[in-house]
Ligand binder design. Sequence first.
Ligand SMILES: [Zn+2]
Length: 494
Amino acid sequence: MKTFGRLASLLVALGTAAGAWALYHTRDRHPGYALDLRLPNTADARAPHLDVGFGREKITPELARAVWLAGFATGRRATAVHDDLWAVAMVIDDGHHRLGVVALDSIGLFHDDVIAIRRRVEARTRLDYLIVTTTHNHSTPDLMGLWGPRTGFSGVDDQYRAFVVDRAAIAVATGANRLAPARVSLYEIPIETAGLVTDSRDPQVFDSTLRMLHVTSALDGSTRGSLVNWANHPETLWSVNTEITADFPGYLRDGLEHGANESVGDGGGPTVRGLGGIHLYVNGAIGGLMTTSPETTVTDPYSGRAYSAPSHEKARAVGRILGRSILSTVAERPSMPELNPRLSVAAQTIELPVDNTLFRLALAAGVIDRGQPRLNRIRSEVAFITLGSASIATVPGEIYPEIANGGIVRPPGADFPIDAIEIPPLRELMPGRFKFLFGLANDAIGYIIPKSEWDDQSPWLYGASTRHYGEQVSLGPDTGPLVHDAIRRLIQER
Ligand SMILES: [Zn+2]
């Protein structure tokens, strides 16, 4: 009896300690934070006014401390820096509203950290709204806690995370300081998916059109920079790589700035002039998932060499294919600058339920380090922006392209016998000619899957013998409907 009593009190003590631990780790980091922003565009008689500025800061980690690379499996310690990681920022001011975008070479940044960046820039930039996106690069330090030395141990180095928050804020402040009269031209460039990107899960729906916002000086027409929006996992180096690299977005940015031969010459290939300026890469609808896997053979458009096995050269070839398409389009079929484009901004805080049991445990244990406004709910955000004939929907994670572009199915083996909920597709709802979709924007909540395609219980989709990957890294089956609905409202309430 006495032993039982001791055991019981020990269990109670352990339970209390675990509860206190969980409460500490899931406490709301930004109590009361709620955005409900509606800034309509302002047509006015004043002289057309558009200022744009760019800034960038290196966010390469020091390898003196252990750096755990994110994506794939745990236990991948960085051994070298192959090329630098960056935070690249653009600030746009139409005389009424000021918008910032900063794109980071990172696996993903949680909403709490996004708010921390906003708080840093608030005082020094007079921004009305800041979008923080990550490229979802799989050769960068863990900032989400899922890829530490081993399962159950976070790979996040708090000191590095604070450094990234700081540098991102500096890049945005630099963009604001460099605001200068500019023109904006918009491009939509179809990109052939064969030999470049594959969709690892049916239905085969891509987000393969590349969109670009090209900023030139209003004074002399020179390139100030650009924002390029396309959709693919920057994981070309694959799971065995231990070298830090910006992957294809880095080569793309370099190629746009410096041209082909200057970026990394193979000799022999044609010299292509770069645009100069500072370029952002923002990922799109990469769920499903969009990847350049070892099964994809990519041919470098300049050297003609083909690459299948993961390598830096293969990542460079991906960047060069995109860069060449952009450079030739800008040179041969330049788009007219937008006439007096006005900005509108709508942004909304949303709460999303965490149904994923592993995520709940990881949150309670502090392995995933993010606060909860309520138990098993996280705070996130969606936004909808317009600028002239461009519109931008921001999505807080990796959305399946069929929610953006259409083509949601009700496959055999799905857990819910329902028709598509996330309709109409976002791009059908969006106004304007150039419809940008920013994925992993202001958060990194994992996969956003159409509910009718959700499959967490056997039988598996299409008679597959094993479970699919997406659901394991998703908050739950209602994330798709909730995110789609929140964005739909922002678009339709305009
Ligand atoms: Zn992913």
